[in-house]
Design a binder for this molecule. Structure first.
Ligand code: SAH
Ligand code: SF4
Length: 395
């Protein structure tokens, strides 16, 4: 593994300041929840049971009001309400695309905004969530990359996006009703704004909550974390989260990847491939997704397709290659490859024995497609100097 440290360890998470200094229970791990209860008057002997009960109310039933927690004594409910709140990000706007894709703009502490996208499909529904406001990285084809990093999201704000979507989809079960196995929100992808591996602990805690069987209860195989290639955190992702991994690969030579995904200057293609090859969860049933954005005349030649296969084969990585037609945004310096080019590229990969689905563009009419996310309040474009300084790429 590379001895180099991640670029942005200094990024602070500023937790939400709550009304009257109350503590938000959302986003706490089970242990943290237990500690918080004990610290505020729950007898230690009862703490484990109360933690389980409150956890279920919050994450299984979607309850936000302590008064509704009917298996707790009335006086205890009142006591909880004095100290704690159950709070998630507030939806500011909600847009529904012609194809059913929903884009939410959510407000979090400090007046910042993040975008969350829900993509319904025939047999599943995927929620694309954000991990940061903006991004420190500056991938040249990504709209979010032109936005300054404002801050990391807290665990509450990350799992809160999932809870917010379940509210909107009206998907919380009703106590006593039979369990419905066909979920509207069945998958999560960490592919919204931000680099999840630069906000590791909060992303981990939030995803652990989403996976907890006594709550939202999504299988770890239904959660995919997408990273631009923060090599030192990749092994940790397998160990501490255990979800599926997607990697924003996008180029087959260091020369091109340095431009498209500048973190490549820190950890190059070879270092990245080595980390992926040893991703402990990698097996044929849990292939790593290589995301590859198709940019006209930049990374879409037959030679690129062959080199891509060669990289993956050389390291024996169980992989599928997800080709993403470039989504344009105002001022973008690239064009989308033609459909014929994308199909030819996909075919070379397929012939080599790898799945090569072409990602269907969804929600384009509401600017909800990959890489188009950027909140309206944060349109300031970074200066070149600032980009270089933030990324720590020029010494
Ligand atoms: N920061 C993480 C996750 C967010 S980006 C990462 O980079 O992986 C989610 C995916 O959308 C990435 O694969 C990213 O490369 C891709 N993407 C970004 N901008 C895009 C655009 N304009 N068109 C198509 N895909 C884009
Ligand atoms: Fe950040 Fe990912 Fe966009 Fe790169 S592609 S700028 S890492 S959000």
């Amino acid at each position: 593994m590379s001895p180099k440290a991640p670029i942005t360890q200094d990024v602070m998470t500023i937790p939400r300041k709550l009304p009257e200094g109350k503590i938000n229970l959302v986003g706490l791990t089970r242990d943290q929840l237990r500690d918080a209860l004990i610290e505020h008057g729950t007898p230690e002997k009862q703490a484990k049971m109360r933690t389980g009960q409150i956890w279920q109310w919050i994450y299984q039933w979607g309850v936000r009001d302590f008064a509704e927690m009917t298996n707790l004594a009335k006086a205890y409910r009142a006591q909880l309400a004095e100290t704690f709140v159950i709070e998630i990000p507030e939806v500011v706007t909600r847009q529904v695309s012609e194809d059913g894709t929903r884009k939410y703009l959510c407000r979090i502490a400090g007046g910042h905004e993040v975008e969350v996208v829900y993509i319904p499909e025939e047999d599943r529904g995927t929620l694309c969530i954000s991990s940061q406001v903006g991004c420190t990285l500056t991938c040249s084809f990504c709209h979010t990359g032109t936005q300054k990093l404002v801050r990391n999201l807290t665990a509450a704000e990350i799992v809160g996006q999932v809870m917010m979507a379940r509210d909107d989809l009206e998907e919380w079960p009703v106590p006593g009703a039979p369990k419905d196995e066909t979920r509207l929100l069945s998958n999560i992808v960490l592919m919204g704004m931000g680099e999840p591996l630069y906000n590791f602990e909060n992303v981990r805690d939030a995803m652990k909550i989403a996976m907890d069987p006594e709550g939202i209860s999504l299988s770890r195989r239904r959660i995919t974390l997408s990273t631009s290639g923060v090599v030192p955190e990749i092994a940790r992702t397998a160990e501490e989260i255990g979800c599926l991994l997607a990697i924003s690969f996008h180029a087959t030579t260091n020369e091109t990847r340095d431009v498209l995904v500048p973190i490549n200057k820190r950890w190059n293609i070879e270092e990245l491939l080595q980390a992926l090859a040893s991703y402990p969860k990698a097996s044929n049933s849990e292939r790593i997704t290589f995301e590859y954005v198709m940019l006209d005349g930049v990374n879409d030649s037959d030679e690129d397709a062959h080199r891509l296969i060669d990289h993956i084969k050389r390291h024996n990585i169980p992989a599928k290659i997800n080709l993403i037609p470039f989504n344009e945004w105002p001022g973008a310096p690239y064009k989308r490859s033609s459909n014929n080019r994308i199909r030819a590229f996909a075919n070379i990969i397929y012939q080599a024995g790898y799945a090569s689905p072409i990602r269907k563009t969804r929600g384009e009419d509401i600017m909800a497609a990959c890489g188009q996310l950027k909140s309206a309040t944060e349109r300031a474009r970074k200066s070149r100097k600032q980009i270089a300084a933030e990324a720590g790429l020029q010494s």
